[in-house]
Design a binder for this molecule. Structure first.
Ligand code: SF4
Length: 289
């Protein structure tokens, strides 16, 4: 698989993300097409990963890339990142072209199933958009990877419950859905970093401490309490989390016994997670760390 980007930055404004803070710049379309021709025609790659912050940001441009490659008989498989509402914005005949163009997998930063949280993090998307994306990809047999974050500033147990509801709908609509649920980690430069400081969060003091704190492996049990919650509220949050689909996925995701069999982690494909179907199948067989 070969990776390439067609544009730098992202035109959206999610409050936890630093990509939104840099200028959004397109590569000239001919430069993108030439790179694809080179990767496929000269180097023999059959699978491309469009690693843009948001590959589908411009509908017409995506269709142009797909159509031009099709006209030139360049057949290839591909992955790309999208936003929760992206697919819903394409007309049916456009979706048909995209879904039948070799697309294998879409990665989505879904973040939360709570409309209140999505508004708070300025995601500019709705929980229904996440569900609709699962329906469309499920219908076309496209793999879907979704990331939902826990511990976003001001998240409540009620918000978490709404996210769990959405995840359950997603995995019903697309049995190939893979879900990860990292704990939110503030990044300097993002608006929500300042929010966390105002809430009393203490940032790491050294580069080494930052290195240790940035980890996909951070688990809910590693957190003492979110700064905006009372201890009893946090206990309830953890209980709901652990007894949900998230508890099942995380248990297996980070268990050495299951890692090789059930967890796919690949920097090149962008795939990271364990399918919930696999999690459910293996429930009870995974040992806790
Ligand atoms: S999270 Fe994704 S959609 Fe939001 S600003 Fe960052 S790259 Fe763009």
């Amino acid at each position: 698989m070969a990776g390439l980007i067609t544009a730098r930055g992202c035109p959206f404004r999610c409050s936890f993300c630093t990509i939104a803070q840099i200028a959004y710049i397109n590569r000239p379309i001919e430069s993108v097409l030439n790179e694809i021709r080179h990767l496929i025609g000269d180097l023999g790659f059959e699978y491309l990963n469009f690693a843009d912050g948001h590959f589908f940001a411009q509908r017409a441009r995506v269709l142009q890339i797909i159509d031009r490659m099709h006209e030139e008989s360049h057949d290839f498989k591909w992955n790309a990142g999208a936003r929760p509402e992206t697919l819903g914005k394409f007309r049916p005949h456009e979706l048909e072209r995209i879904m039948n163009s070799g697309l294998q997998q879409i990665m989505i930063g879904a973040e939360s199933g709570s409309d209140v949280m999505l508004e708070r993090i300025v995601k500019d998307a709705k929980p229904e958009d996440i569900v609709e994306t699962a329906r469309i990809t499920g219908e076309y047999g496209i793999r879907l990877s979704l990331s939902f974050m826990s511990g976003l500033p001001y998240e409540t147990t009620e918000d978490l419950r709404k996210t769990i509801d959405v995840v359950e709908k997603v995995v019903t609509l697309n049995p190939q859905a893979k879900v990860i649920n990292p704990i939110y980690q503030p990044i300097p430069g993002a608006p929500s970093y300042d929010q966390m400081l105002e809430l009393g969060w203490t940032p790491p003091e050294t580069l080494e401490a930052w290195g240790e704190s940035i980890s996909w492996n951070q688990q809910i049990e590693d957190i003492e309490c979110f700064p905006w919650m009372k201890p009893a509220e946090f206990d309830e949050y953890v209980e709901v989390f652990q007894n949900s689909i998230f508890g099942k996925v995380r248990t297996i995701h980070f268990t050495g016994q299951e890692r090789s069999a059930d967890v796919s982690v690949s920097g090149t494909s962008g795939e990271l997670g364990v399918s919930v179907a696999e999690a459910a199948k293996n429930e009870g067989t995974a040992a806790s760390d």
